[in-house]
Design a protein. Structure first.
Length: 146
């Protein structure tokens, strides 16, 4: 198509001016980026104010019965569930380093700040628990290329 031009670039250093796009999309590719934090930072940098970012990807944590796993012996999936009690004061301290967490980088500044304030309110409220249950699921998908 003559109306389409392709640009080759680094996802963590996009070759576009800030505020260039109304919409940025990443479909089934996020796991391929070595610098996920940089990719998200750049995606939001090139969005215009009021623009939208959409990331769509598989969720292997919820795909226990995906047929690939049943028919292809070379694909192995391992899940490790970690359940722990989390001190909210320690959590708040850790969340000050927003750039270390791709989920937090996908939020607007206002939404990120609002989440921090919610934790602070729970810490200040004597009726709220200061330690909460937390659950993470780590998944490893491995396949050998012959």
């Amino acid at each position: 198509m003559p109306d389409i031009s392709w640009v080759h670039g680094d996802s963590a250093a996009l070759p576009f001016a800030s505020g260039s796009f109304d919409f940025v999309s990443c479909q089934y590719a996020f796991h391929h980026f070595s610098d996920k934090t940089g990719m998200l930072r750049e995606a939001f940098r090139v969005l215009r104010r009021g623009g939208r970012f959409a990331l769509y990807n598989m969720c292997p944590q919820e795909s226990d019965d995906w047929l690939y796993y049943a028919y292809f012996a070379g694909v192995e999936v391992a899940r490790r569930h970690v359940h722990r009690e989390r001190d909210l004061a320690e959590l708040l301290s850790a969340l000050q380093f927003r750039e270390r967490n791709s989920q937090l980088l996908s939020l607007s500044d206002a939404a990120y700040e609002a989440g921090l304030r919610r934790i602070e309110r729970d810490l200040d409220n004597p009726q709220r628990p200061k330690v909460r249950s937390d659950h993470l699921c780590f998944v490893t998908v491995r396949g050998d290329r012959g």
